[in-house]
Design a protein around this ligand. Sequence first.
Ligand code: UD1
Ligand code: MG
Length: 453
Amino acid sequence: MSSTPFRRCLAVVLAAGEGTRMKSARPKALHEVGGRSMLGHVLASLGAAGAQDVAVVVGPGREDVAQAARRAAAQAEIFIQSERLGTAHAVLAARSALARGCDDLLVLFADTPLVTPATLARLRTALAEGAALVALGFEPADPTGYGRLLVEDGQLVAIREQKDATEAERKVGLCNAGLMALSGQHALALLEAIGNANAQGEFYLTDAVETARKAGLSASFVIADRDEVIGVNDRVQLAAAEAIFQRRMREAAMRDGATLIAPETVFFCVDTKLGRDVLVEPNVVFGPGCVIEDGALIHAFSHLEGAHVRAGASVGPYARLRPGADLGEGAKVGNFVEIKGSIIGAGAKISHLSYIGDALVGPEVNIGAGTITCNYDGFNKFKTEIGAGAFIGSNSSLVAPVKIGAGAFVGSGSVVTRDVAPDALALARGAQVEKPGWAQRFRAVNAARPRKR
Ligand code: UD1
Ligand code: MG
């Protein structure tokens, strides 16, 4: 992807700040888009853009953010910005990482989660072509609040924050996305030359443009799609980022050969994988960890997480697959069925109204409507095993731990508490009693009495 494979790249991700406008107990960087924290998105893009070294700047006491950073990028070095004095000051919190040297320095914001590796690669390419600084510009529908890129003769001469801009500068539509690439050779000197004589009394990263030009270095910019650089400061913007992310995922799934009948009603996680000729009906939600293999059919109103649906299997409508649900090839899970922590063999059918938890269901098993695996006694969970080709009559309770042998039958309505041998018939219910003419006598006796209502 990168046209600059031999250049060493350090990425500094700014994740300090609680994000007060989120009104949340959670720091802003850990709010999620597509089931992954915004910080996680940024770290994934950096990795894909070839950044070998990663520094993450967090606020004081933010061990949760530090841990999330290490989980997403094992090599991430954590730096603490003890006072929030501006974006340049935040980058300098990682001074020791900068001092070690690099060819390319990328500065990213944890609250700008949708930037793509391709855009980061374009910033790096511009550095490789000789710029000391490359800003990322975009043209928002409403530029209010953003820094403006001031360009003369194609050269970037300054970035002016909204609060410091003149009337004329505020009319500029080309805005600063925030992220920036700097030549590793000059970065530290440029950042250290930045002062805080501005409307907010902050050390602005954006002032690196002017310090570069004063040092006789060239500053340039590249332009990004506005959807890529959406910044998240509140939950309305979080939902806007989610919508953009979902659109990307839907389009990628369709381009890779899945059919989504009503794409705008299907919701993905960042790691959802759909094979070719998968058909997804309207109103389906994929939580984290779903793999749907070729030719599988996901009917309307199904909810899946941590589920593996193998080739040609079908799910729903109205099915719920929970973590550890593994459906074999051609298996069928029908309406109002919940599966958790269970391997369902190829061609098995669980068509209606069942709960199957912690079970091993063999191939070609048929599980009748309303069957429940009773896997939990209030303290522990137990396993149910159902051998190949067994037939479980409707409305049975299989009280785990229990094994049903291959080819066995369980009579409808049974409460099975002991193992069933292969090819046997198990009946565990009250025997049917019949009293001839009883109903007729009952009616006759009652018709003769006064009724109590
Ligand atoms: C910044 C840019 C502005 C750009 C806008 C795009 C500067 C000076 N301004 O403004 O030109 O149009 O982004 O959204 O860079 N942060 C820290 N420590 C700090 C300050 C900020 O870690 O001391 C982090 C924040 O958590 C955030 C990012 O840096 O992730 C940007 O800071 P923010 O205050 O949101 O900058 P903006 O005013 O949006
Ligand atoms: Mg911001």
